[in-house]
Design a protein around this ligand. Structure first.
Ligand code: GDP
Length: 298
């Protein structure tokens, strides 16, 4: 948790320190709620989640007859915990073999990095991993994965033909033939302005189901926490097009916008599988709601 606290330091300095100034003691009044609202809004919690949290906190203040702002902090933590704890559902990969994970996200979100970290983590658990280089739009993305795979002894299925559907077919068939445990399937990154190209990724998903009925078993959307409220609209767009089953919130270490996690949870209650708090393998870690809230606020 020390590492998590370090990773969330920027958010804690923004959100935690501002909150400390109103949780210092004194009467709970309309002014305190207004300040709390402003702090949450300026910390990327977003309008809807801020409203939800304020209503929740006010209900707790009433029910528990709280009267001092020192007690408000616990109320906020409890409200956040109720919002985020249901999304603490670690990815379980043992139900299928191969277990096919499709990764999606806009360019630069941290997809390639996440694939590398996941591949190493699964390997260290004794699982065999295959990577499908399905981002055929960017030759650099394919080459990057191939080089990485060679260095780390992970088989990478790639094609120069530029057909992501063919890559997925090859990868899934190869994984079945070789008894691979986990397939990490990269997909074409989108620019946030190219969301209309979402149809193509949806098509790739359907192809995977044809290659192996039921696949992909997980549609993992990688979001860059730095993009704040933009991450919220990305979740909606990708979820509408693909049916996202899990989220990765990356680059939390580089931003004060960690509060966006509440906005995302409020917009779409999709399990948060992993959070990214740095460049090291272990810096991609399973999401734990209460640890996250503590690291953000204490
Ligand atoms: P992609 O375009 O979605 O594949 O994005 P990349 O995986 O190439 O990541 C873009 C940049 O973000 C790279 O420089 C990564 O090293 C960096 N990055 C990814 N995840 C994290 C993270 O959790 N923390 C930090 N600090 N950097 C990250």
């Amino acid at each position: 948790t020390a590492r998590l606290k370090q990773g969330l330091a920027k958010t804690r300095n923004q959100l935690g320190n501002q909150l400390a100034s109103i949780f210092g003691g004194g009467k709970i009044d309309a002014e305190v709620y207004e300040e709390l609202e402003t702090i949450l809004l300026t910390s990327d919690v977003g309008i809807n989640a801020t409203q939800h949290l304020l209503d929740d906190i006010k209900g707790r203040v009433k029910r528990q007859s709280l009267d001092d702002t020192v007690q408000l902090k616990a109320a906020l933590k409890d409200a956040l915990s109720d919002l985020l704890s249901p999304l603490e559902q670690p990815l379980a990969t043992s139900k299928h073999q191969p277990f096919i994970i499709m990764l999606a996200g806009v360019n630069g979100a941290g997809k390639t990095t996440t694939i590398g970290k996941l591949a190493k983590q699964f390997q260290s658990e004794g699982k065999s991993v295959l990577i499908a280089a399905g981002d055929t739009f960017r030759a650099a993305a394919r080459e990057q994965l191939q080089v990485w795979g060679e260095r780390n002894n992970v088989h990478v299925v790639a094609q120069t033909s530029g057909d992501p559907a063919a890559v997925m077919f090859d990868a899934i068939n190869s994984a079945r033939a070789k008894n691979i445990d986990i397939v990490l399937a990269d997909t074409a990154g989108r620019l946030p302005t190219q969301m209309h190209l979402m149809d193509e990724i949806a098509k790739v998903k359907r192809v995977m189901d044809k290659a192996l009925p039921g696949a992909p078993h997980e549609v993992l959307l990688v979001l860059d926490a730095n993009t704040g409220q933009n991450a919220v609209s990305q979740v909606k767009i990708f979820d509408d097009a693909l049916g996202v089953t899990g989220l990765v919130l990356s680059k939390l270490d580089g931003t004060a916008k960690g509060g966006v996690i509440a906005a995302i949870a409020q917009a779409r209650p999709i399990p948060i599988r992993y959070i990214g708090i740095g460049e090291a393998i272990d810096d991609l870690r399973p999401f734990n709601a209460n640890e996250f809230i503590d690291a953000m606020l204490d």
